[in-house]
Design a protein. Structure first.
Length: 161
């Protein structure tokens, strides 16, 4: 399967990938992923609140609220993206194509082959200064991001069962 995320951000400075077994038609798996509550359990709620993020609605709602736009949707794949300075809380995410000096581009996908559901996050810095700032931030935040993604996938699989 050609990955849509590769078309949007083939080169990146950081990434995380998580997969869960999910026997569903691909489009149904994507709809279930985006329609799952963004807060899957008390730990995710705490992590969202620490970051100052709303803990209501679905994963799809949360991505839109954060400023991530849909970049590609096809063949059991959806890619959402935005740009900005995530190490600066309270600074809004801008459209993906508006990334400028000192910022990063961020993409998140959900993809399904009918047997599994994968989510991948990729981040690419626009310049060396943004890369340095982002990677320092990511060393701290990345593990918590991974926890959220894995818990989302577990919740999605449980909802499908």
């Amino acid at each position: 399967m050609m990955l849509a995320i590769d078309e949007v951000l083939p080169r990146f400075d950081a990434r995380e990938v998580h997969t869960v077994q999910l026997e569903l038609p691909p489009e149904q798996a994507i709809a279930l992923a985006l329609g799952t509550p963004v807060v899957s359990d008390p730990l995710v709620r705490v992590l969202f609140r620490i970051r100052g993020l709303r803990d209501r609605g679905t994963i799809g709602d949360a991505m839109t609220r954060l400023g991530f736009g849909e970049l590609i949707r096809r063949d059991g794949q959806v890619v959402l993206g935005g740009s900005g300075t995530p190490w600066r809380p309270g600074v809004p995410i801008r459209p993906f194509a508006e990334a400028g000096p000192g910022s990063v581009q961020v993409v998140l996908d959900f993809r399904s082959d009918g047997h599994s559901l994968t989510t991948e996050t990729r981040i690419a810095a626009i310049d060396a200064e943004a890369r340095r700032r982002f990677l320092r931030y990511w060393r701290f935040v990345g593990p918590f991001s991974a926890v959220i993604r894995r818990r989302w996938l577990r919740r999605i699989a449980a909802r499908a069962a």
